[in-house]
Design a binder for this molecule. Structure first.
Ligand code: HEC
Length: 126
């Protein structure tokens, strides 16, 4: 047990030095904008309209924002096309409380994930 202490301290010191030496070159400065960059494809929107008629576009972009901000706190953003719809529904149920989503947020996330998945999986399969 005692042996572990020294490497830990050494790593701690290295980290400190590293932080100091890179302090001035921080590139992440003023405007973090997780929103606005995502635009659903026409194909995805078509699917949204078919499955949940009347859904505003904002629900889908917000779903994406939730996915890339609240769902990446504990792990990477999983590839949406990497799982079946059934698996996603199960995971969204499981993960929404972990991410402390409101029912509205959960619904937006669900619409985004399922429509994105369908739009991009079908495109790939054909
Ligand atoms: C508080 C931490 C935490 C948050 C926040 C969180 N997850 Fe997770 N997630 C986990 C853990 C831990 C696992 C692995 C164990 C498990 O399945 O419970 C996991 C597993 C997953 C998996 C399964 C991956 C696989 O290979 O089977 C998916 C998909 C997933 N999370 C999606 C999400 C989504 C979507 C959100 C946002 C609503 C989210 N997670 C938010 C902790 C979190």
């Amino acid at each position: 047990m005692k042996k572990i202490k020294y490497p830990a301290i050494a790593i701690g010191l290295m980290f400190l030095v590293h932080c100091k030496s890179t302090k001035t070159s921080s590139s992440e400065t003023t405007t973090p904008s997780p929103v606005a960059t995502f635009t659903p494809s026409p194909k995805q929107l078509e699917i949204v309209e078919k499955r949940w008629a009347g859904t505003p576009l904002g629900d889908i972009t917000e779903g994406q924002t939730i996915f890339t901000t609240k769902c990446v706190k504990c792990h990477q953003a999983y590839e949406i096309t990497g799982f079946s719809e059934k698996k996603w529904l199960h995971e969204i149920d499981d993960m929404s409380p972990k991410a402390k989503l409101t029912p509205e947020e959960k619904l937006k996330l669900t619409k985004h994930i399922l429509s994105y998945r369908e739009a991009n999986t079908v495109a790939k399969a054909n």
